[in-house]
Design a protein around this ligand. Structure first.
Ligand code: SAH
Length: 237
């Protein structure tokens, strides 16, 4: 199935006439949409992500546009992929899980630390959030900003810098999603949470755990979640 899709994508990109105009041929968009539907059913819903808005966003964002061209055929596989500079785009399930934990509603102000490819930022924007994202590797920040602009994700602002400090001028945030692992939760990020705000963050060195911190009327509540493995958060307070 996947091999057929790969051949079709390659063949179509070499043609002048769009495949959809030829009777009976699936367009590249249809092939990718079918791959996303399978990804959501088999990798994400099957592992317990239930939020319909998150599942819809994961079915919508063209993940293959966020991976290096030579890895496009693997874009919907059940694993992280290298995006250059020693960094990775997270496994689809992990993106969906973090997005669900972030509890994003339309109009929310959301901060992401670790833009990478821009994929997680696009998923957050697809939920109707105003997204700001910080990336410490300049070429990744620039590449992600270009991809997001090309795909029409105008609700995402990317900044090159060190996410340890957060984005104080734009705080407070309804949700903060951190996609690189610091050894401890950065205090500046907790400080930039709005009342009811949620911080989703992998914490630890080597073995990490994905934590959800919520700012409640009685203070910060921490709920531990699943073991995960992210690239380390570099830079520092
Ligand atoms: N969310 C990304 C995947 C991120 S991989 C995506 O959807 O593709 C983690 C990213 O965090 C890497 O790009 C890495 O360069 C970045 N990073 C690491 N430490 C950082 C820091 N202190 N501030 C901002 N970005 C950081």
């Amino acid at each position: 199935m996947r091999v057929a899709g790969v051949i079709l994508l390659a063949a179509v990109s070499a043609c002048t006439a769009p495949a959809g105009e030829r009777a009976g041929a699936a367009s590249p968009g249809d092939v990718a949409a079918a791959a996303r539907a399978r990804m959501v059913a088999q990798q994400i819903a099957a592992r317990g992500v239930t939020d319909p808005a998150v599942l819809r966003a994961m079915r919508t964002v063209p993940r293959h546009e966020f991976v290096p061209a030579k890895l496009r055929d693997d874009a919907y596989a059940d694993r992280p992929l290298p995006i250059g500079h020693g960094q990775t785009i997270s496994q689809p399930y992990v993106v969906a899980l973090m997005t669900e934990l972030a509890g994003v509603k339309p109009g929310d102000r959301v901060l992401e630390i670790g833009t990478g490819s821009g994929y997680q930022a696009a998923v957050l924007a697809e939920l109707g959030a105003q997204v700001r994202s910080i990336e410490i590797v300049a070429p990744l920040a620039q590449g992600a900003a270009e991809t997001l602009r090309r795909l029409g994700y105008d609700r995402v602002q990317v900044r090159h810098g060190d996410g340890y400090r957060g984005w104080p001028e734009a705080a407070p945030f309804d949700a903060i999603v951190v996609t690189a692992a610091p050894p401890e939760v950065p205090a500046a990020l907790v400080a930039q949470l709005a009342p009811g705000g949620r911080l989703v963050i992998p914490v630890g060195t080597g073995e990490q755990e994905l934590r959800l911190l919520v700012r409640t009327p009685s203070g910060i509540e921490t709920r531990r979640s699943v073991p995960v493995r992210f690239v380390p958060m570099v830079g520092g307070p």
